[in-house]
Design a protein around this ligand. Structure first.
Ligand SMILES: N[C@@H](CCC(=O)N[C@@H](CS)C(=O)NCC(=O)O)C(=O)O
Length: 244
């Protein structure tokens, strides 16, 4: 790991982050949050076609060999796991999440962990089901189970949006949850092997996705991630090479 030099720490005391990732990987979520925060950061490209995320050097950052990693000035270790990175950023910037002592904190935390532990985790399986089921004959069953779990997760989110009145998951104010959710909605429509998640069957979610697409921060993040067109309501895959 290349340590971040002290002199790169910004005037606002927030420092310069260093984000490691590849186009439209989970770093997309972190990038949208960094852009929304207006934080200074550098991007280090990880070559997935060459399997760089599994290299000895990269595993010094994340021993799982997974993207993303965020280097945070002043921390004694890098941060990996998308959910942890979002929590870290929202706390450091006191933005995009209810304050720890506020009455909305529990609501924020439960949905953050839900997105990370349930929806994103299931989507990951749907991207590479062969890693979870060695017997090919069982693949249709796995895909059917994933389809129903993923749809059920999005339904819970739709119901939460209805209950809180939207347009965002916590009601009137944008949080990092919305950006995480939008990326999951994007990936669920284009990268899974268990069928397409029909975003337009979920009107409140669809409205949230439209709202996010209009934000400058999201548009800038998309440009930097090589994502073209409407990223959430009419997504198309990024043409990037992956390791076999
Ligand atoms: N739980 C992890 C999952 C990260 C993840 O699945 N990363 C993918 C890219 S989106 C990856 O690195 N895949 C490479 C591989 O599986 O070898 C997180 O939230 O950060």
């Amino acid at each position: 790991m290349i340590p971040i030099a002290e002199e790169t720490i910004g005037a606002a005391g927030q420092g310069v982050y260093r984000l490691h990732g590849a186009p439209d990987n989970a770093n997309f979520v972190v990038r949208m949050v960094l852009e929304e925060l207006g934080a200074r950061y550098e991007f280090v490209s990880v070559d997935r076609a060459a399997g760089e995320q599994k290299s000895e050097e990269y595993r010094k950052l994340n021993p799982q060999g997974l993207i993303p990693v965020l280097e945070v000035p002043g921390q004694d270790a890098v941060t990996f796991e998308t959910g942890a990175i979002l929590l870290m950023l929202s706390e450091r910037h006191r933005s995009l999440a209810p304050a720890p002592e506020s009455s909305g904190r529990g609501r924020f935390l439960k949905w953050l962990f839900f997105l990370s532990n349930t929806l994103h985790a299931d989507l990951r399986i749907s991207f590479k089901p062969h890693r979870y089921m060695l017997d090919k004959a069982c693949m249709p069953d796995l895909n059917a189970a994933l389809r129903s779990r993923i749809d059920a997760s999005f339904l819970l989110l739709e119901q939460e949006l209805e209950a809180c009145g939207g347009p965002f998951l916590l009601g009137g104010g944008l949080s990092c949850l919305d950006l995480y959710l939008a990326a999951c909605a994007r990936w669920a429509q284009i990268y899974g092997t268990c069928g397409v998640w029909p975003a337009d069957n979920y009107p409140r979610l669809f409205r949230l996705l439209e709202e996010l697409e209009a934000r400058q921060s999201v548009q800038r993040a998309c440009e930097l991630e090589l994502i073209e067109g409407l990223p959430f309501t009419a997504p198309t895959p990024v043409a990037f090479a992956r390791e076999k």
